[in-house]
Structure formats: structure tokens, C-alpha cells
Write a protein that binds this ligand. Structure first.
Ligand code: AMP
Length: 466
């Protein structure tokens, strides 16, 4: 492998074409393969957080009547262009787009709302009782500059309420997010930023006012905003660069150009939020930057770091389903980042219960003992004991050291004598004491030692046959 890496490096030095240069990135300094920039493995310790968060989301969603949906990892590129908008950062810079063998343009999903909306139409969900309540927990892909909390493959969970147009639903969606943050122990870290960006007509009108305002001021804008000026002028309002910020402070306010219907909708939403005791910060500069939003937009910001490390955001997208070829169907949704939830939990020193710890380690000596072990290990697992066996050829001492390393509180030892006598030794690893038990009684004895309530007896539920 080192040789391969060395060749790749020297090829790059010789100024070979891009593939050779890129090949270099696939190796670590020591010459072994590594992941591409911005993506990472989810190792077992982080999976404990993933699993816990997923369970919380599933529980809260079930309670509220949401059902899970997964859309494909890739879709036609046009779907994202049409829904998110050409002027958005996502479509203009961040999509992983490729051609398949027949020349179709496909894109790894950068977000899920477009796919869920497509699925709603394609699967005729308008025929279901409305609103349709869906949630997802999926990987997403954006070619963004990798940094803390910003990756090229990241996980998002999200909800969509499709088929009804009422601010009470927006309030309920926000409440659901709050409940999940509460369950994860991090609710106090975020502030809810709230705004309305009106109907598309009102927004179009406001955008032309904004373009007029910025005309002649281009030189004071950052490079990003210069680019956005004619593609997505609303985004100039939430730029963090000093000069852009000063200009945006002085810009005409969106509120003055909003339509009556949107203002009333927003006022009603705030009443509902007040009613359920959810505080919010009115943020007239919050725009979200995706074309499909209408009226309500909101984000959960870190109270200290602001927008930089938002944990999630959402809003209403009343025009999207129609834009994608369906009947006019109002909807509201939310998406939150799993990596950022985990980072916040760790920052708060919150650990999640680990279900991975072993109960029993089974050690054996000799071929006959190993045969007995295979049956015993199965019996122990069936009894709800998390059991691992050392089925290699190491000495008993090596196996006991392994048992120690795996942190199992009990080890079962079977040697030649035990096979002959039909017994096994159960060793309490902490106390260092051991007892001889009849082979067939081993599961029962260990269940007693571990305790019924600690057993891992997960059952996915009864199968039903039609
Ligand atoms: P957005 O719809 O772009 O606001 O994304 C919703 C949430 O997903 C954000 O608030 C983040 O928590 C998360 N997120 C978005 N992009 C990334 C990324 N590149 N890496 C990690 N998390 C992300």
C-alpha cells in the first residue's frame, strides 16, 4: 500500500492529470486508505448516540401520528433544481451531481423535503386522509467546505405535515422539535428564531425593491453577496460580513411589503406559540435561502454562537407540491442535524445508556469444549444474556485476559474435565470467585446473577399472518 501511495505522490509531483492528484488524497500520511474529505465513519461509540436520538424521534413521532418515510439517496437533478432553486447555495455550489451510464443527471440528496414532496405526488398520498404526517432519518450530501459541524455527508431527521394550511400545525411542528430537544437534555441551549417571508407574490415584489436598493452598492458587498444579488437577493439580508451587515440593517424591511394574509397567519402562529409556552425571537432577517419556502420560516440557533451552528430549521412550503406537478397542497416541515445534536449533547457532557455491554464471556479449552460452547452460547443468548465467546485457540489465561478487556462481569469456562463431567465453571470477574454448575443449569444460574430486569430480551413484536 505504501508503494501505491508513493507512486501516486510521485505521479502528482510530475504534474499528471487531475485523477493522479486526487489519488493522493485517498491516502493518509502512513500510506493507508482514508475517507474522502468531509465524510467520516460512525463508530460504535457514536452509534449509541445515533440510536438513542433515533429512538427519541421515533417515540415522539409515533405519539403524534407521524409515519416514517425514506426517499432514495439519489434523485433526478432537476427535482432539486426546481424545488430548492437555482439561486440557492445548495443548487449553485453544493450538489453531488453525476451522470449515470445512460447520461441521466442524478444528484445525491442534499435535503429531503423535495424528495418527500415528489413521493407524496408519485404515490398518490393526496388520496390519504389529510394532513399526511411523515418523518425521516437519513444521510444527506452537500459539497460544502468541511469544518466543525459541517460535513459532506451528514444525517438529518425531519418532519413534513402535508395537506393542510393552518398556523396551528406550524406551532405543533415547532413544539415537536422542542420536545425532542428536551428529551435529549439540550433544549436550553437553543433559541427559536422566527420570521415570515410571505407569499411568493409579495416576496417577488419585495425582492425587486431590494434589488433596487442594492443597485450601485455592489462594490461594498462581499464576493458571495455580489454573486447572490441577482440570483437570491434575500440571502443578502442574513450575510455575516461586516459591510454586508451594515447595508442589510439599512435595507427596506420585508415586513412593509408583506401581504395581509401572511401577516395574519404569522400573528396567529405567535398566539399559538404563546399559548403553549414556547418563546421565540422575532428575526426579520431570517430567510432560509431555499426557493420553496412561503410564510413561516424558523431556525433553532445556538444561544451563544447564533446562526453559525444552528441545529435545525424549517418552514412552510405551500407552493412546492404544485410546482412539482401535483395539486396545490399546503405543507410545513422541519429538518435538524444529527451530528450537531450529538456535538451539543457531548458539550453538555450528556451520555446515553449503553446497551452494548456484555454480560457473559465464554472461554474454552480443546475441541470438545468448543463444541459444547457453541450450544451454550446460543442458549445464553436466547435467555437474554449478551454473550461473546472466545472461539480461537488461545490458552485459558489469554482468554481470561480477553474476558477482562471486554469487561464482561461473568466468564464461563469449559475445559476437558468439565466436558467429561457435564459441568461448567462460572467465574465472577470482579470478585475473582468461581463455582461449578451443571451444564444445563448454566443459563438459569447466570440469569439469576445478572438479574431478570437487566436481560436483553428485545422482541420486534408478534408476526401477523394474513
Ligand atoms: P438546513 O436546511 O440547511 O438549514 O439544514 C438543517 C440542519 O441540518 C442544519 O441546521 C444543521 O444542523 C444540519 N446540516 C445542514 N448542513 C449540514 C452539513 N453540511 N453538515 C452537518 N450538518 C448539516
Amino acid at each position: 500500500m505504501e508503494e501505491f501511495a508513493r507512486k501516486a505522490r510521485s505521479r502528482q509531483k510530475l504534474g499528471n492529470p487531475p485523477t493522479a492528484g486526487r489519488l493522493e488524497e485517498s491516502f493518509s500520511k502512513s500510506g493507508s486508505f482514508q475517507t474522502p474529505k468531509g465524510v467520516h465513519d460512525i463508530l460504535p461509540a457514536d452509534h449509541e448516540y445515533h440510536t438513542f436520538i433515533k429512538k427519541v424521534i421515533r417515540h415522539r413521532c409515533r405519539q403524534a401520528g407521524f409515519r416514517r418515510i425514506s426517499t432514495p439517496i439519489f434523485e433526478f437533478t432537476e427535482l432539486f433544481k426546481r424545488s430548492i432553486g437555482d439561486g440557492s447555495d445548495i443548487v449553485s455550489k453544493e450538489m453531488y451531481t453525476f451522470e449515470d451510464k445512460k447520461g441521466r443527471s442524478l444528484t445525491l440528496k442534499p435535503e429531503s423535503t423535495a424528495g418527500v414532496a415528489r413521493s407524496y405526488i408519485q404515490n398518490n398520498m393526496q388520496a390519504l386522509p389529510q394532513p399526511v404526517l411523515l418523518y425521516y432519518f437519513e444521510p444527506h450530501f452537500r459539497y460544502d467546505r468541511p469544518q466543525k459541524g459541517r460535513y459532506r455527508q451528514f444525517w438529518q431527521f425531519g418532519f413534513e405535515i402535508i395537506g393542510e394550511n393552518d398556523p396551528a400545525l406550524d406551532a405543533q411542528l415547532i413544539q415537536l422539535v422542542r420536545k425532542i430537544h428536551e428529551d435529549l437534555g439540550i433544549d436550553g441551549l437553543f433559541s427559536l428564531q422566527l420570521n415570515t417571508i410571505g407569499t411568493p407574490e409579495a416576496r417577488k415584489n419585495y425582492m425587486s425593491v431590494l434589488e433596487d436598493y442594492y443597485a450601485g452598492k455592489e462594490r461594498s458587498l462581499c464576493e458571495n453577496c455580489k454573486e447572490r444579488l441577482h440570483k437570491n437577493v434575500l440571502r443578502l439580508l442574513d450575510c455575516k460580513e461586516e459591510d454586508c451587515r451594515i447595508l442589510s440593517e439599512l435595507a427596506p424591511a420585508m415586513r412593509d411589503y408583506l401581504d395581509q394574509e401572511s401577516i395574519e397567519f404569522h400573528e396567529e402562529l405567535k398566539e399559538y406559540l404563546d399559548e403553549i409556552g414556547i418563546s421565540y425571537v422575532e428575526n426579520p432577517k431570517l430567510v432560509r435561502g431555499l426557493d420553496y419556502y412561503t410564510k413561516t420560516v424558523f431556525e433553532f440557533w445556538d444561544k451563544e454562537e447564533g446562526a453559525q451552528n444552528a441545529v435545525g430549521g424549517g418552514g412552510r412550503y405551500d407552493g412546492l407540491i404544485e410546482l412539482l406537478g401535483g395539486h396545490a397542497t399546503p405543507a410545513v416541515g422541519y429538518a435538524g442535524g444529527i451530528e450537531r445534536l450529538i456535538a451539543n449533547m457531548k458539550r453538555e457532557k450528556i451520555r446515553v445508556p449503553s446497551k452494548d455491554e456484555l454480560h457473559v464471556f465464554v472461554a474454552q479449552l480443546g475441541k470438545e469444549a468448543k463444541k459444547k460452547c457453541l450450544k451454550l452460547i446460543d442458549d445464553l443468548r436466547e435467555a437474554g444474556l449478551k454473550t461473546m465467546g472466545a472461539l480461537g485457540k488461545g490458552s485459558v489465561n489469554i482468554q481470561l485476559r480477553l474476558a477482562d478487556k471486554f469487561n464482561a462481569p461473568y466468564t464461563v469456562l469449559i475445559g476437558l474435565t468439565e466436558v467429561r463431567e457435564g459441568t461448567a465453571i462460572i467465574r465472577d470477574m470482579k470478585k475473582g470467585i468461581q463455582e461449578h454448575v451443571k451444564m444445563e443449569k448454566v443459563p438459569e444460574r447466570l440469569v439469576k446473577l445478572i438479574g431478570e430486569k437487566n436481560l436483553d430480551k428485545y422482541s420486534p413484536g408478534e408476526l401477523l399472518y394474513s
